[in-house]
Design a protein around this ligand. Structure first.
Ligand code: ATP
Length: 345
């Protein structure tokens, strides 16, 4: 099955979010309207039974994309389509109906669960809000048990009356996932779901999400700064740099055959057990990058990566590169002038 074979659940086109910068007294006298260009012109598609990873370093705009898709933020421009229909919701009944299909899981399960309430309370509330609590106490109990079984918290009775502080980080994140499943969604937006967990339990939670993807045929957006985990867990990988997408394709291809100089830098700087043999190997200087991510209030013109890119050409600082399809014709693309026809790689 190829990436494009399964049903599209959620799509974004030209998705853009600029946060206005709060102005001081002096700025009020000028016409200057500064904004953080957090996300610009994002295009992505989430499909049933597929995990799409959105990878990038801190501040690249990944969480903002998830919050836009969850309709927690209004967008500056662009379109979000659920089953092909444009949707913009600003709270109320429409928001609830949207949440029934698109649920978000946050990075910090401690912060997202109320410490004064039990697991039973959190899950009952989710089921009630989404009209899935059943018709009587016995049905509710059955549905609660079912949610905990789905996230492999067994036996359910052991967990239902626990408070968040009585659970481990991994168990708390499983409860957050169960709460999201309470809506019986089609898409899950998982914002760094394992980055706050101990390394030893991360794999268990990722395996659970993978199992849910398969059993419930969910479309999952997996946000991470860890490109190695994207290779392991995601079918498709999209790479973001400074608010823009720079590369995308099948995860195996993007992680094993990265095309964009930024993706290469990201991979070079990530520990990967498959490449331990290269430790101490002085890499060719052209594969190395340096410097810091740019200011998003006045992002670099052209390609936003050009000030850090060792391959930068004059055009890179003036012209925004479009997506160039790469020769293998498997959906792999890079927004980099190196891949314009006629440019030596
Ligand atoms: N509510 C906000 N108001 C102003 N600027 C914001 C707001 N939320 C995010 N930003 C800015 O937008 C940019 C992208 O932030 P975002 O949190 O989406 O990045 P990220 O890739 O998810 O980073 P991290 O991995 O650290 O969460 C950052 O420069 C951030 O400071």
């Amino acid at each position: 099955m190829t990436v494009t074979d399964t049903e599209v659940v959620l799509e974004a086109e030209g998705l853009t979010k600029h946060f206005p910068v709060r102005r001081g007294i002096r700025d009020l006298l000028t016409r200057d309207r500064k904004a953080v260009h957090a996300v610009d012109d994002i295009r992505l598609t989430l499909r049933r039974g597929r995990v799409t990873a959105l990878v990038g370093e801190s501040g690249s705009g990944k969480s903002t994309v998830a919050r836009l898709l969850a309709q927690l933020y209004g967008r500056t421009s662009g379109d979000i389509r659920l089953h092909g229909e444009s949707v913009t919701v600003k709270g109320g009944r429409k928001f609830r109906a949207y949440c029934r299909q698109v649920q978000m899981i946050f990075q910090d399960p401690f912060a997202s669960l109320n410490p004064t309430h039990t697991v039973r309370y959190h899950l009952t509330r989710a089921l009630r809000i989404h009209g899935r609590a059943g018709n009587n106490a016995a049905e509710l109990e059955e549905n609660l048990r079912d949610l905990l079984l789905r996230v492999q918290l067994t036996p359910p009775e052991r967990y239902l009356d626990k408070f968040p502080h009585e659970l481990s980080g991994g168990q708390r994140q499983r409860v957050s996932i169960a709460r999201a499943l309470g809506a019986d969604p089609e898409a899950l937006l998982a914002d760094e779901p394992v980055s706050m967990l101990d390394v030893s339990i991360r794999l268990g939670v990722l395996n659970l999400l993978r199992d849910l993807k398969e059993r419930l045929n969910l479309a999952i957006l997996y946000i991470t700064h860890d490109i190695a985990s994207a290779r392991y867990f995601a079918d498709e990988t999209l790479v973001m740099y400074a608010g823009r997408m720079v590369e995308g394709g099948d995860s195996e291809t993007v992680t094993q055959n990265p095309a964009h100089p930024y993706t290469r830098l990201l991979i070079e700087s990530a520990p990967d057990p498959d490449r331990l043999d290269r430790v101490g190997d002085p890499r060719a200087p052209e594969d190395q990058g340096s410097g810091e991510p740019p200011s998003l209030i006045a992002p670099p013109s052209g390609c936003r990566f050009h000030p850090r890119c060792v391959h930068a050409m004059p055009k890179c600082s003036t012209d925004l590169p479009p997506r160039f399809e790469l020769p293998a014709n498997d959906g792999h693309w890079a927004a980099c002038w190196l891949y314009e026809e006629g440019v030596a790689k």
